[in-house]
Design a binder for this molecule. Structure first.
Ligand code: ACM
Ligand code: ZN
Length: 581
């Protein structure tokens, strides 16, 4: 629900590229009209599969009218077959036919039980559950019989279908060839599975609101890169975006700021235009369903106890000073946070998180925990009384106020556990001591992640210098829209990231690293085109960090594979940065 907004500013120096694209299409169309030849698949995609055994001396030819078989009793497998049919048609013009029960179909989607499921376990023991990564594993075999996609689970078939899609040639609809050129698939055996179980992408919808339709496109692009966790940053000082039915004013009033500061940094100049928008619970459920169909889990974040000024605007009694608190109109860290000593704070949080758990089935719930200045708590009689009551004392490592934050985290974790959920927090949650099951998202470098992994906590690595794609991607700032520009996060920088830090963590500690996430903060990203420009092609680089083994990674090779992925971006109509650094 978009309540109000600002006009599209002409911020995009990449727009002239669109003209270049038209010219390109025109020239390729002319060439294709003269020579209609079969076009070949290329399995060197992004992210690169683990094993590709190629026999390029033989090909299977894929044509319109060929059957695709699958188990029609399985809704998920049926959906994967439909996706595959759609992608093949969009990209190559070949219209495959869904024929669920045709055993002899040239394209087959087959679920196979795991190898160990037939083995008898020791007496009374179930065979070991496959790891999350094994559950996503798949094989593709192209041979004389056709194309066989095999996996233990539908998610594996989905990954296989994405790999096949990305391998296909692009047959331009403007080529005038009717029927379009056939597609040759060189014989191959591909075996693949991701390196990490958690492969995340964050979108900050607090600083700027993005429509449900845009988020669907964002999820499609994530799925194209094999990502499986959409971290949805839903609340900020600058806007509350999640409908809470028990407190309707929270979204109605808390989502709207009076105006927005102009330009990167806090210039002191404002646009004078009210800005707002929030997601109804129905819209959130619609996105949960849409994401799940693409094997993406939505990890919702309610950032607490800091970054809460929009909530304080509606409920000033939850702040230490009693307010008033405007929804913040500029960027940076606010000193106005939830009062840690007011018993109503925990009641407020359980109402919000209770409804959040009703809407989002995610095992992980993100509670933020970052950037919560303690200035107000140090002076607040209620906070200090709570510190006394709990007997919290500065122990030289953890201040009493940081321990008060840990107390809140503990209460929240107990609540989330009662709903069967696990808590994720930014690495500041280490400051007062971690609660029992907390998962740490390491953003201020990797130090917090290393510390948490050594304490046997699960960790998601998202260090800003490798993962913050609100920062520029090119050295020449004049060649890209202006954003937060204190450092450059180029694609090659992202690509160079090794998340398990073998020099700092033992092999056992390394197993605590669940995965990696890239974050699109949106202080300076207000429009969909700009969001995609920040995301792409850097997500391609991040996807190889998330999916590939270190020994597979080679940036030069990645850059040679990228032009084909860019053709898919063109086909999907998503803008991206044309240059790679
Ligand atoms: C953060 O960037 N404050 C998590
Ligand atoms: Zn207080």
């Amino acid at each position: 629900m978009l309540l109000c907004g600002r006009k599209h500013r002409n911020l995009y120096p990449f727009i002239p590229e669109i003209m270049k694209k038209k010219l390109f299409l025109l020239t390729t169309a002319c060439v294709c009209m003269l020579t209609v030849v079969a076009q070949r698949a290329d399995y060197r995609i992004i992210p690169l599969p683990k094993e590709v055994q190629l026999d390029s001396t033989q090909v299977f030819t894929l044509r319109s009218g060929m059957h695709v078989s699958y188990d029609a009793n399985d809704m998920e497998v049926t959906r994967v077959a439909q996706f595959l049919q759609q992608w093949v048609a969009e990209q190559t013009g070949q219209e495959l036919v869904l024929a669920s029960s045709d055993d002899k179909a040239p394209v087959r989607l087959v679920l196979t039980p795991p190898a160990n499921s037939k083995k008898k376990g020791k007496k009374g023991q179930q065979p070991a559950e496959p790891s999350p990564q094994q559950q996503e594993a798949y094989t593709i075999v192209v041979a004389d019989g056709g194309v066989l996609l095999q996996a233990q689970k539908p998610v594996g078939l989905f990954r296989a279908a994405q790999t096949l899609r990305k391998s296909l040639p692009f047959i331009s609809k403007s080529s005038n060839a009717n029927p379009p050129s056939a597609v040759e698939l060189p014989y191959v055996r591909i075996s693949d599975q991701p390196r990490f179980a958690y492969r995340g992408v964050l979108l900050d919808c607090g600083r700027h609101f993005f429509s449900v339709d845009f988020i669907k496109q964002y999820l499609d692009v994530m799925a194209l890169h094999g990502c499986n966790q959409f971290h949805w940053h839903l609340t900020e000082d600058q806007g509350w975006r999640f409908e809470v039915k028990a407190m309707p004013q929270l979204a109605l009033k808390g989502s709207i700021r009076k105006q927005t500061v102009i330009g990167p940094g806090n210039s002191g100049i404002y646009d004078g235009q009210p800005y707002g928008g929030y997601y109804t619970q129905d819209e959130c459920r619609e996105l949960v369903r849409y994401a799940a169909e693409r094997y993406i889990n939505i990890v919702p974040e309610i950032d607490l106890p800091g970054h809460m000024q929009s909530a304080l605007h509606v409920y000033p009694e939850l702040g230490c000073t009693g307010g008033p608190y405007p929804v913040r109109t500029y960027w940076g860290v606010s000193r106005e946070v939830l009062c840690g000593g007011n018993p109503e704070t925990l009641g407020f949080l359980s109402t919000v998180l209770g409804e959040l758990c009703d809407v989002f089935p995610s095992k992980f719930i993100h509670i933020g925990g970052d950037e919560c200045p303690k200035d107000r708590w140090r002076e607040c009689p209620k906070c200090q009384a709570k510190i006394q009551e709990l007997g919290l004392k500065d122990d030289g490592k953890h201040s009493a106020e940081n321990q008060l934050q840990t107390y809140i985290n503990h209460e929240v974790e107990t609540f989330l556990k009662s709903r069967g959920r696990d808590l994720i927090g930014w690495d500041e949650i280490l400051a007062g001591g971690l609660t029992e099951g907390a998962v740490v998202m390491s953003w201020r470098g990797t130090k917090g992640g290393v510390e948490a992994a050594k304490q046997h906590h699960r960790v998601i690595m998202s260090p800003n210098v490798y993962s913050y794609i609100d920062h520029p991607q090119l050295k020449d700032l004049g060649k890209q829209p202006r954003t937060t520009d204190s450092y450059i996060v180029s694609a090659s920088k992202i690509y160079s990231f090794e998340p398990v830090l073998p020099d700092e963590l033992t092999p056992e500690e390394q197993t605590n690293i669940l995965g990696v996430q890239t974050n699109l903060w949106t202080e300076h990203v207000a429009f969909p085109e700009h969001a995609f420009y920040q995301l792409l092609p850097r997500l391609g680089a991040m996807s190889e960090v998330q999916w590939c083994l270190p020994e597979q990674k080679d940036f030069e090779d990645f850059s040679r594979r990228l032009p084909r992925l860019k053709k898919l971006y063109d086909l999907l109509g998503v803008p991206y940065c044309r240059q790679l650094e």
